[in-house]
Design a protein around this ligand. Sequence first.
Ligand code: GLN
Length: 466
Amino acid sequence: MNGYKDFSEKLSLIRQKEISLKENVNYFLSEIEKRNNINAFISTFDDAVEQAEKIERKIHSGNHGKLAGMIVAVKDNISLKNKLMTCSSKILENFTAIYDATVVKKLRGEDAIIIGKTNCDEFAMGSSNETSAFGKVLNPVNEEYVPGGSSGGSAAAVAANFCDAALGSDTGGSIRQPAAFTGIYGLKPTYGRVSRYGLTAFASSFDTIGPLANSLSDLEILFSAIEGWDENDSTSVRPPKRNGQPKEKIKIGLPKEYFGEGLSEEIKKAIFEKVDEYRASGYEIAEVSLPHTEYAIAAYYILTTAEASSNLERYDGARYGRRSQNSSTLEKMYFNSRSEGFGDEVKRRIMLGTYVLSAGYYDAFYGKAQKVRRLIKDDFDRAFQEFDLLITPTTPTPAFKLGEKISDPLQMYLGDIYTTSANLAGIPALNVPVGKNSEGLPIGMQLMTNHFNEELLFKAAKIISQ
Ligand code: GLN
């Protein structure tokens, strides 16, 4: 055991010299090694040990950042200067990043220690972490099951106790769903609240970076360190100033479209137990309707594949990444580099994306999906005029078995039913672990709120985590 319940306890144990930060890093590195069949990491950093010595001295001097000594894993689609960044793709297997992402700069600025880069679905496309070119990740709770995706390595690393916390990215659920499958907290922040500078683009108008952690307090402190306006990200937003007192009576909506057919009875029951706890704590609860929910998956997969097809044009074998060696012409070089470098799921999405953007189909698919996106956002705007929070399941089922869905992409996509709407609307959403099913698999509850109101998610999650 690493011997502390959360980061703040660890920090005071370091101060009292009950814990050595260097030993703590070595402990994590040896745990990663011991359970390397989990395959949570693509690379680990031995220089974390030196950093630990340096930061330990800072802690004892009393002059240190707020994450001093927090050991963090970073998804391998986020840039760390001079470190490998593969995005779990063969096309980037030897690519070394040339600058630090803003979130990484912020972590370092607050004296966090980065222990390694985590495995994920290739270019963050997937829901099971089985599309990685570097092998699937196992769920540490039960190794026959997927950890979820695409930030499956980050979630597995936190759940298996390979680090204190992790960063992931969420375009349609990739932080919340693996958090739900592994029984930890995972936050998808408001679009624009955390800088995307240094995050490899998948679908730029959906992509967010967010934290995963075993405890709510660790999640909160990590989020507070990475959020904030950034001049390097043109979609970065400064949170609006809030006027007046916080509301006394918090009203929670239960969107009826999220509790219908396809939802596991055990998940439903676990969530309604939590709803009762909220009621008992004085929260007002009522049903609400988000009528366009049924179109979310379709709109999501049209818009994100369109954006991905354009974002992934840059991997052409010429500028960086893998170049095919046996091509007699430039065109063949492009063609072969992409054919050899991308996996099936990425190719499927590039094809779908170019199709929905092509002349003749643009209005019927891409244009329509954009209108649907607006209607989904309007649903939330209407709901948030009356409600402060929404409670839903994070996923329709608990983790599924490895290999169960990988040959049926549509089944895989349908699992994203409860998470994609928050990305379509740009609102923040949090996975809260709320217990286990009869087979011992974790169950996740999703809390959603209006833009820039993450603090309310934390406040509400606290009520049931006590
Ligand atoms: N599972 C979703 C997809 O495959 C979400 C991915 C993500 O959030 N990065 O698109």
